[in-house]
Design a protein around this ligand. Sequence first.
Ligand code: CTP
Ligand code: MG
Length: 254
Amino acid sequence: MSDVSRPSPAEPRTEARTAVVIPAAGRGVRLGPGAPKALRALNGTPMLIHAVRAMAASRAVSLVVVVAPPDGTAEVKSLLDAHALPERTDFLVVPGGDTRQESVRLGLEALPPDHDIVLVHDAARPLVPVDTVDAVIEAVREGAAAVVPALPLADTVKEVEPTTAPGEPEPVVATPERARLRAVQTPQGFDRTTLVRAHETVTGDVTDDASMVEQLGERVVVVPGHEEAFKVTRPLDLVLAEAVLARRRLNDGF
Ligand code: CTP
Ligand code: MG
């Protein structure tokens, strides 16, 4: 582009403003029947509010864009109005799409121009510590085009030839070396131009944003994730999340 003042992905972006897109439009099918997952309560507060607070806890974050269930934007707006955020943090609410990828794209389209770093964070990871958020932002500021927090795996992973019949034994195809594998979390951080280009270019199904940037041939780097950044996916994860909150309450003394 002709805008020569914009840093290329290889240069530091120390002054860049950071926005977060929070996809929260999923139903939460694996969690079982009930309200959309992001609106379910953890210790009395909706998961989405925990996630928004986790992002707003970073002093670098000046805008949070929540991508709400299409039939739930009004409810999400009033929830955000009812739960105070830091003064420095603005928020926007937009309706989501049929897939996570579509929801993130709709969130990106709503971003005002003055944010050069974009984080994408699952509403379903409500407990990520602020240090993880800051580490991701820092790595993008230092010049990485795409940054993902990730952890080593506890389980050995097998690649299989999936069968269609449920319960049918599946042949193992390969066992990747566990020490080289990482389980990827969010927030994932991006140079905004790179992420927008990825969403405009990549059409195949993906489960995270960084893989779209990989498909562009851009370098993606991993920084240490955190065990409290786990995704609330199944009913047992709700038990774990509430236990983490209870432990924090004990440690913080309130
Ligand atoms: N998401 C979204 N729009 C969709 C689907 C998912 O914004 N159409 C969001 C979810 O709200 C969640 C994040 O993407 O915050 C990660 O997705 P996942 O954990 O799979 O949540 P759900 O899709 O809601 O759960 P499930 O797959 O069990 O239905
Ligand atoms: Mg899903």
